[in-house]
Design a binder for this molecule. Sequence first.
Ligand code: MEV
Length: 347
Amino acid sequence: MDEVTTTAPAKAILFGEHAVNRGQAAIAVGVGLHMRCTVRRGGYPYHLQTAGHARTFTRDEVISLGEQVDRWREAAHYEAIRELAARDYFAPAKYIIAHALRNIPTIKDGLDITFQSAIPKSGGLGSGGAANTALAMALAAFASDFDMNSSAQRRTIGEWAYAGDVIAHGGVASALDTQTSLLGGVVRYTREAWGERIPVAPGLQLVIGDTGVRAQTSEVNAHVRAWLAVDVARMRYFEMIGALSDIAQEKLEIGDWRLLGRLMNMNQLVLDKIGVSCPELERLIDAAIGAGALGAKLSGSGGGGIMTALVTDEAREAVAVALRNAGAHAVYMPDIAVPGARIEARQ
Ligand code: MEV
């Protein structure tokens, strides 16, 4: 095989951001905006390209980055990982390639890797997680024993994709974003069990508003870690969010959207308390609720980025208009619970 193209969807977190990094359950959905990744044999020895960024680098550089990051992870040296994420745009991709090189002896030559994205960057929709998932799947497809239907193979892809998010999120990450992008649908995730698709009643609808404010997940995560370190009793806020995720799972299954919306509002209250909301998010959330959304909260790491509103058919348009009027940088009404990552073409 000389070339493979994969696509992976964006994600929106319905419940559990930040709490998921502290052992709590989270629920996220696949969102119908996609990242496409093409990996081609050739290049010198590796060439990575995405809109606005291009880099060529050697095999040795990838291998030594992989070993260095492994050591930092082992030593919980998050500051070093955060600095790497800030200075090297392609560090997550290189770390995934390092994993592939350790496991797929047939990848000997160079690779040309191109990303094409319809997912806004650093906005909470998981563009990084989708890129990492799409790349991990494409590289795995170069193995001679590759079989998309094997659960062991999917686990490997999940682990490589997650490794990329560990860098992008500044050393500590859950695999919530990458598992949602890999599995699609509606996913319940815990650190112990990883992702599983859960049943959901028909009719789940979201309108997503982007504040246009950008905050790096690695920075917001570091801020949350510092906030929690001040007083361990603050852990109760993350536990509250975990309880909301558990109740939400039942409500999703039976389609009790009214109660689900209220649970989202409670989750938002706790996220605000943790310090990851901001005036721009609150303005959009108020506008959505004012226009008839059943519930609304920030989605992703916060500090800016997107909010998501749970809507009925009747309120959908009005919520979108209200978000635009309240200054949303962009409004999305995408398909929700879309299928997960897949191989689009191979030759
Ligand atoms: C980011 O999409 C979700 C966070 O919980 C970080 C993570 O899970 O690694 C904020």
